[in-house]
Design a protein around this ligand. Structure first.
Ligand SMILES: Cc1ncc(COP(=O)(O)O)c(C=O)c1O
Length: 388
């Protein structure tokens, strides 16, 4: 067999990530085992009907042809309105690029900004695509540990300490996956100032921007309105329960947006227009269900956090956003992978080992609590039986 390319070989096989664990869990289910699912980060309910109907209607209306690479004008306009409403500035149309999900946008942003050998500072643990894309592009990883004692928030001082003359990009994410941490306004402002002073690209992943429990989301993009160096992503997957629709967007300096479009032309061409039409319905339609769902997540959060804290050897801080609990499990004496395997095989609870999000995830597990309170309670009891 002939060798595959070096760049692709730099992406290691996924053995402990959400899809790998889901496959293991489904195998056990096929063997007749009952599994309680906490591995995948997606809402457990359907997106509101008016969104699906808009997508179906758009197919009926014939919005099924190739369309503009950067996105159809009416969806881009809805995004301009959305950014103006939520971030306080109105980007120009040439700053917006529509992607099939935030995940895809991450790769394109890194590809548009990083040369081999450039340094990229990004949180650890964090959403795996940052590190894997950087590996693919042969950029140099500079890990920014997010610490439990700091509530997993990003520390501007730690970022400053890691900047060298090779630093090209800083990646931040708040609310954060896998910890649920929300970095506060003062800290985000400071990070944006550092990026400005040092003239470094700042990529702010705001995919959970509508999913905060107490604080209001603050965006690093406010500083330069994505004109100079800040690149923002947001999307429909989480708050609108549209994970399978694959729809997200980036707001970027016009030169970066243009380069990303050139790469899109040579890859996926465009996001289907009927999907973007559904996106318009999401952004422009009734938003009240988001608050209703966040109230529901808050109840689930409170149950899972107190449940996890009642398990010997576990310690869980209270997440301020998203739907992830990230307990420390060092008190159990097991590694994260050992414990996640034990919980799956013995307790029938599928969760993720922290190292699925990078080496600093060792000593933690991630539970996505986008599931019912009954399932959460059942899982806590099942874990307790296996642990004690
Ligand atoms: C931090 C973060 N960014 C981006 C994404 C990608 O979201 P999607 O591609 O579904 O829009 C995810 C998904 O879990 C995420 O957690």
């Amino acid at each position: 067999m002939k060798e595959t390319a070096d760049a692709i070989n730099r992406i290691p096989p996924d053995e402990v990530g959400p899809f790998a664990v889901l496959i293991k869990a489904q195998k056990l289910e096929r063997e007749g085992r009952k599994i309680l699912h906490f591995e995948i980060g997606q809402p457990d309910y359907q997106c509101p009907n008016h969104i699906s109907e808009a997508g179906i209607q758009a197919i009926r209306d014939g919005h099924t042809k190739y369309v503009q690479t950067a996105g159809i004008p009416d969806f881009k306009e809805a995004i301009q309105d959305e950014i103006e409403k939520t971030r306080g500035f109105r980007p120009t149309s040439d700053q917006i690029v529509v992607f099939p999900g935030g995940n895809t946008a991450i790769f394109y942003i890194l590809a548009a900004t990083l040369n081999p050998g450039d340094e990229v500072i990004y949180p650890n643990p964090s959403f795996p695509t940052y590190g894997l894309s950087a590996h693919y592009l042969n950029a140099k990883h500079v890990m920014l540990p997010v610490k439990e004692e700091n509530g997993f928030r990003l520390d501007p001082g730690d970022i400053l300490d890691r900047i060298t003359d090779k630093t090209k990009l800083i990646i931040i994410n708040s609310p954060q996956n896998p910890t649920g941490a929300v970095t506060n306004k003062k800290e985000i402002q400071k990070i944006a100032e550092i990026a400005e002073e040092k003239n470094i690209f700042l990529f702010t992943d705001e995919i959970y921007s509508k999913m905060l429990y107490d604080e209001t989301h603050y965006s690093a993009s406010v500083q330069d309105k994505c004109q100079e160096r800040t690149i923002l992503i947001d999307g429909m997957a989480k708050a609108y329960a549209m994970t399978g629709w694959r729809l997200g967007y980036a707001v970027a300096p016009p030169n970066v947006a243009k380069k990303m479009c050139e790469l899109i032309v040579t890859s996926f061409s465009c996001v289907p227009a009927f999907i973007q039409k559904a996106g318009i319905a999401a952004l422009k339609g009734d938003q009240s269900f988001i608050k209703t769902n966040m109230d529901l997540y808050r109840k689930r959060r409170d149950v899972i956090v107190s449940g996890l804290n009642s398990i010997p050897g576990f310690h869980c801080t209270v997440p301020q956003g998203a739907f992830y609990a990230f307990p420390s499990i060092t008190g159990t004496g097991k590694t994260s992978i050992e414990l996640a395997d034990l919980l799956l095989n013995e307790a029938g609870v599928a969760c993720l080992p922290g190292p699925a999000f990078g080496p600093y995830g060792e000593g933690f597990l991630r539970f996505s609590y986008a599931t019912t309170i009954d399932t959460i309670k059942e899982a806590i009891e099942a874990i307790k039986k296996v642990i004690s």
